[in-house]
Design a protein around this ligand. Structure first.
Ligand SMILES: Nc1nc2c(c(=O)[nH]1)N[C@@H](CN(C=O)c1ccc(C(=O)N[C@@H](CCC(=O)O)C(=O)O)cc1)CN2
Ligand SMILES: NCC(=O)N[C@@H]1O[C@H](COP(=O)([O-])[O-])[C@@H](O)[C@H]1O
Length: 186
């Protein structure tokens, strides 16, 4: 059984879709949900699915505490689903080509430091672009520069707001992220 860990910093709607997708699977299971925010709603969503949770600070992550927990739990893949801290190089190396992230835009546009959540959709709106979308990529030591695995697009109209853009992007994420993860597991 392949074991997945999901890292998230906020609401966790993507984490919920992933837990839903693998519930009862004979191929993989979500073995841990981790967050750097003790009050993140993703932790409540994990409890609903009976998935163990783990909270940690940036300092603890950088000191190796998260890596030790992932190894203790025999995690095979790490899924970043709205996780807002920079993953340290040691953790990247430990999960080389076994750590994926979802970004709410069509990289390489609108990526990098500061580009998370609604900030991304505000930048897309301000640009006048007529489309946006999602990117699922392997994680390397730089924000949003890992190998792109999957992208999907959706139109942006002049009537769209950052919030309506976010709704369209979330719909794509929920539709594709669980299946793309499964396709990576071999
Ligand atoms: N080593 C890597 N770590 C992370 C990556 C990555 O590709 N390589 N992806 C991010 C997820 N992400 C975009 O998809 C992203 C998340 C957060 C930020 C950002 O600017 N964060 C702020 C801090 C925000 C906070 O503390 O609440 C910052 O660094 O100043 C950019 C991109 C996850 N980790
Ligand atoms: N750059 C990272 C980033 O912005 N990630 C984004 O955070 C949201 C988390 O939503 P969720 O907590 O409901 O899954 C998602 O839209 C994800 O693409």
């Amino acid at each position: 059984m392949i074991r997945l860990a999901i890292l998230a910093s906020g609401s966790g709607s993507n984490a919920e879709k992933i837990m839903e997708h693998f519930q009862g699977s004979s191929k993989a299971q979500v073995g841990l949900v981790g967050s750097n925010k003790a009050d993140a709603f993703v932790l409540e969503r994990a409890k609903k699915f009976g998935v163990p949770t783990f909270t940690f600070s940036r300092k603890e992550m950088d000191a190796g505490v998260l890596l030790a927990k992932l190894q203790e739990e025999k995690i095979d893949w790490v899924i970043l689903a709205g996780f807002l801290l920079k993953i340290p190089d040691e953790l990247i190396r430990a999960f080389s080509d076994h750590m994926v992230n979802i970004h709410p835009a069509l990289l390489p546009k609108y990526g990098g430091k500061g580009m998370y959540g609604v900030h991304v959709h505000e930048a897309v709106k301000a640009s006048g672009d007529t489309e946006t979308g999602i990117t699922i990529h392997l994680v390397n030591e730089h924000y949003d520069e890992g190998k792109i695995i999957f992208q999907a697009a959706t139109p942006v109209t002049p009537e769209d707001t950052p919030d309506t853009i976010a709704q369209k992007v979330h719909a794509l994420e929920h539709r594709y992220f669980p299946e793309v993860i499964e396709s990576l597991l071999g």
